[in-house]
Design a protein around this ligand. Structure first.
Ligand SMILES: NC(=O)c1ccc[n+]([C@@H]2O[C@H](COP(=O)([O-])OP(=O)(O)OC[C@H]3O[C@@H](n4cnc5c(N)ncnc54)[C@H](O)[C@@H]3O)[C@@H](O)[C@H]2O)c1
Length: 409
């Protein structure tokens, strides 16, 4: 009853709140609904695509404790028959064992193909829920409710699902598009700073490969961060050893900033995914910075965050492709300054030789070659084939260059 009265009072606010709907026109099209304070309206929004049925909310323990009850109540009020399945936080739980537990739970509760799953959480929850949905009874529908900045702009769009094996990330997976994505940006207010920074790196990646207006927006936003009164005197660069200090200063990102960045990123990702749903060519562009980024993550045994590793990867790949004369300009200094202002300070004391070993093991290698997305000018990019050996030749040189940039900034 309490839930119902809260819901009704909230509903009134909701009707006055704007949200935008984007159509993601893949082979099975779906809508992406972006707004503020949408969680109490999840049930209603789901009713627009689905009559009452069984719904299983899949979430991690932390996200469920923050938002699970609101989402569950909203679905109950909209006459869905709601279940929940909680997974402990962390990437190690994005595993086949967890998928088996989800599937057993669905089976025990007689879920069938007319029922739906809801992924409430970040990319980890989105990936595993999407994968379970793609194989349970040969495929049931699922809805994404991304609660991290990164999943809102990237992981929740495009239908890539998957789980990790002990020795390789995302080695098992499928393409399975969601039926709906609902992003309510107030959920980012509880995100740790590190997760905000991870999202900013992915947004910067999207911008630099495809949209100069987003790039200059982010550049301006990054410059504003230094005006923060709570910016500590600590110089971010001095903090870098092999790990990054996460508490440099709190980022100032307004709701308008979030809306603008997400809207632009949805447009970029949708365009790329529509062109190449199964990652045969254009979609590789989204891996800008990720070849070296993944090598750095593995090298650090995942003590360096994904965002920081990709940030460093973008800088180093940009430098290497200029040295290889695939492009005329390298954007490493520009990128470094923006990342630095956001408090994303790539650790520089990396061992080039060890890093090279991880590049050699990259799972995207095709007969000793890697397809490297390369920025030709801000907002434009291309894919070039480079041999692993050639790329590794530039690792130590680009690490030296990073040292030089550090003194310039
Ligand atoms: N499918 C794709 O296209 C794609 C793209 C990029 C990344 N990914 C995958 O996404 C995963 C990373 O996703 P992520 O960066 O969103 O991290 P995540 O899902 O692991 O979440 C990070 C942390 O934030 C917490 N969290 C989530 N939302 C919160 C909130 N609103 N408030 C407070 N805490 C919150 C979680 O509990 C977790 O501890 C990886 O598994 C990666 O492989 C997938």
């Amino acid at each position: 009853m309490y839930g119902l009265s809260l819901y009704l009072s909230y509903k009134k606010i909701m009707t006055e709140t704007n949200f935008q709907t984007f159509n993601i026109n893949t082979t099975t099209p779906y809508n992406y609904i972006l707004g503020n304070s949408l969680l109490w309206d999840i049930g209603n929004l789901c009713r627009k695509i689905k009559n009452p049925c069984k719904v299983c909310i899949i979430s991690d323990e932390k996200v469920f404790s923050l938002y699970g009850n609101v989402v569950q109540t909203s679905l109950d009020v909209a006459y869905f028959h709601t279940y929940s399945f909680k997974i402990p936080e962390g990437e190690t739980n994005k595993s086949l064992n967890t998928v088996e537990s989800i599937i057993s739970f669905l089976n025990e509760n007689n879920f069938n193909r007319d029922d739906i799953l809801i992924a409430l959480g970040g990319g980890m929850i989105g990936d595993i829920t999407g994968f379970a949905a793609s194989i349970y009874m040969r495929g049931i529908n699922f809805i994404q409710i991304p609660t991290t900045f990164l999943s809102a702009i990237d992981a929740s769009i495009g239908g890539k699902t998957g789980v990790n094996l002990k020795y390789a990330k995302n080695l098992i997976g499928s393409f399975h598009q969601p039926s709906l994505v609902i992003c309510s940006i107030e959920t980012f207010r509880t995100l740790p700073q590190e997760d905000l920074r991870n999202g900013l790196v992915e947004a910067l990646k999207m911008a630099i490969i495809k949209d100069s207006s987003l790039f200059y927006y982010l550049k301006k936003l990054s410059a504003k961060q230094h005006l923060r009164q709570d910016f500590t005197q600590e110089h971010p660069i001095e903090n870098t050893s092999n790990t990054i200090s996460q508490q440099l200063y709190n980022l100032k990102i307004s709701s308008d900033d979030f809306m603008f960045i997400i809207e632009k990123s949805i447009a970029i990702k949708t365009k790329i995914v529509i062109e190449d749903e199964k990652e045969q060519h254009t979609r590789v562009l989204l891996n800008f910075g990720h070849t070296l980024g993944h090598a750095i993550e593995s090298y650090s045994k995942f003590t360096i965050s994904h965002g920081t590793a990709v940030a460093l990867g973008m800088i180093m790949e940009s430098f290497a492709m200029k040295q290889l004369e695939f492009v005329k300009t390298d954007f490493s200094i520009d990128l470094y300054k923006i990342l630095y202002n956001f408090g994303i300070t790539p650790p520089i004391s990396l061992d080039a030789k060890l890093l090279e070993n991880f590049i050699q093991k990259d799972k995207k290698n095709r007969e000793n070659h890697i397809n490297i997305p390369t920025v030709t000018q801000i907002g434009e990019s291309n894919i070039y084939k480079v041999s692993k050996n050639t790329l590794t030749e530039f690792v130590s040189e680009s690490l030296n260059i990073l040292e030089e940039i550090k003194h310039e900034v």
